[in-house]
Design a protein around this ligand. Structure first.
Ligand SMILES: O=C([C@H](O)CO)[C@H](O)[C@H](O)COP(=O)(O)O
Length: 209
């Protein structure tokens, strides 16, 4: 079954927890987005995990250096996953993987800004990442001509465990699912919806269909 991850790009932890409360029945992984972590710090991760001890919590650190140290920080605060940038060196990913093994948690490598996402995904899995996020960030999505189709095509050829993030919504989620991903990540399609619970429910139903 493809897991559904909600990416929460809000700035206040109270708002993030309120959103997560509405959508939790349909969500497998709760992601604290990078802006939320920069706004609220490690205590935000702790508050989210305390509020949802039975959910997987992903801290979207997008770590570029000091992989082991930052992973220790995220896992110590209650995260189940940390993101490490694929664009960084192998030793940063390896350091985070070392921490993940010590804590019984997982590393997700984020391919934002990486030119050859498939090749880097394969390398990251070989380094011990649990899965790799094929990711077009908010800025790339805003560029003229962006289409999630490029990520969907890459997922089909990756041959390793991947998620897709960058424009997953009700129109694209079936194609995302059929590309063979492990996790579908939806941010704005949920937190920006008029009725986030309804949006999350519909996304989940399409993943289960
Ligand atoms: O990871 C993200 C971005 O870098 C800001 O933190 C987004 O959460 C991710 O791209 C989700 O995108 P949308 O589903 O298109 O909101």
């Amino acid at each position: 079954m493809v897991k559904l991850q909600v990416a929460i790009d809000l700035l206040k932890i109270e708002d993030a927890i309120a959103l997560a409360t509405k959508v939790a029945p349909y969500i497998d992984i709760i992601e604290l987005g990078t802006p939320l972590i920069k706004s609220e710090g490690l205590s935000g991760i702790r508050k989210m995990k305390d509020a949802f001890p039975d959910k997987l919590v992903l801290a979207d650190f997008k770590t570029a250096d000091a992989g082991e140290l930052e992973a220790d920080m995220a896992f110590g605060a209650g995260a189940d996953y940390i993101t490490i940038l694929g664009a960084t060196g192998d030793s940063t990913i390896a350091g985070a993987v070392k921490s993940a093994k010590a804590h019984g948690k997982g590393v997700v490598v984020d391919t934002i800004g990486v030119k050859d996402r498939v090749k880097r995904a394969q390398e990251a899995i070989a380094l011990g990442a649990e899965f790799v996020e094929l990711h077009a960030g908010l800025d790339e999505q805003a560029e003229e001509g962006y289409s999630i189709q490029v990520l969907i095509d890459e997922a089909k050829t990756a041959g390793v465990s991947v998620s897709i993030a960058g424009g997953v919504n009700l129109s694209s989620i079936t194609a995302v699912k059929e590309s063979g991903v492990t996790v579908a990540v939806a941010g704005a399609a949920i937190y920006g919806a008029e009725d986030p619970a309804k949006a999350a429910k519909e996304l989940k139903e399409l993943l289960l269909a």
